[in-house]
Design a protein around this ligand. Structure first.
Ligand code: NDP
Length: 257
């Protein structure tokens, strides 16, 4: 294998939901591997602040910021058109923006079910469809959909999230089925329990925290840094014959009962 096959120099990456958390860490990792970045969030101020922080390390010419709500089809079309005009068509898309909503299934309001499905599943279709077009025209591209251990395993109180993340796994296969022949590799990274803002309340909950540590063979929470190497690999030439796969980055959680 070429020692330069993880090199992302000259590539442009859009990481959705990269204003914080796992997305911000993956964006920095791609930049360290040489890529230019489009930082994204719903909150423009937060996205611009995250982009400025990255630009301080990698230069303003390599870092752009966009803000749009991934659940709104019109905003997605407009946001993607705006970013292509400003920065060019991305070579790499990481569909990472997501949210969680914890409530027992019998108490789950339809509006909340729909909000989670739209954010964690439908948005991947909307943004993937927009960005696959220029990738197909170019004959190359990398799409990484962020799943979860809930792409495989259920747990009480997170039914909508489990349904959405299970859908991410199969949507990844469906995208690969249609787009692999055009030189696009579509795969999913499925994180285990990672310490971020989304999970801070769980880290603070003593019972939940000891369940995570006990249930994970690696006996710890994941860190956002644990996602960086796998993301760089799937964004690079090193993964050119990997298609439609879901790779669990979970300290072994889905490997054991
Ligand atoms: P955070 O809550 O820390 O960050 C979420 C990011 O997504 C923010 O940048 C946020 O932007 C953005 N976002 C959320 N909703 C929207 C929206 N409607 N439109 C645009 N942007 C939006 O999340 P994490 O870093 O923890 O999670 C990132 C991904 O990883 C998610 O898909 C999550 O499901 C997945 N994951 C996380 C795990 C964990 O343990 N943390 C475990 C397994 C999977 P803004 O602030 O502007 O709203």
């Amino acid at each position: 294998m070429s020692p330069t096959s993880f090199d992302l120099q000259g590539k442009l990456a859009l990481v959705t939901g990269s204003s914080r958390g796992i997305g911000a860490a993956m964006a920095r990792g791609l930049a360290e591997a040489g890529a230019s970045l489009v930082i994204h969030g719903r909150d423009r101020v937060r996205a611009e602040a995250a982009a400025a922080e990255l630009a301080a390390s990698f230069g303003t010419d390599r870092v752009h910021a966009v803000a749009f709500d991934v659940t709104d089809p019109a905003e997605v079309s407009q946001g993607v058109a705006e970013l292509i005009e400003r920065a060019g068509a991305p070579d790499i898309l990481i569909n990472n923006a997501g949210l969680q909503h914890r409530v027992p299934l019998l108490d789950l309001e339809y509006a909340d079910w729909e909000r989670v499905i739209k954010t964690d599943l439908s948005s991947l279709f909307l943004i993937g469809r927009e960005l696959a077009k220029p990738m197909i025209a170019r004959g190359s591209g990398k799409i990484i959909n962020i799943g979860s251990v809930q792409s495989e395993l259920a747990r009480p109180t997170i039914a909508a999230y489990t349904a959405a993340k299970g859908g991410v796994r199969n949507l990844t296969k469906a995208m690969a089925a249609e787009w692999a022949r055009h030189g696009i590799q579509v795969n999913s990274l499925a994180p285990g329990y990672i310490h971020t803002e989304m999970t801070q309340n769980l880290v603070d909950d003593e019972a939940f925290n000891s369940w995570v540590v006990g249930r994970t063979p690696a006996a710890r929470w994941g860190t956002v840094q644990d996602l960086v190497g796998p993301a760089v690999w799937l964004a690079s030439e090193a993964s050119n014959f990997v298609n439609g796969q879901t790779i669990f980055i979970d300290g072994g959680m889905t490997a054991v009962v």
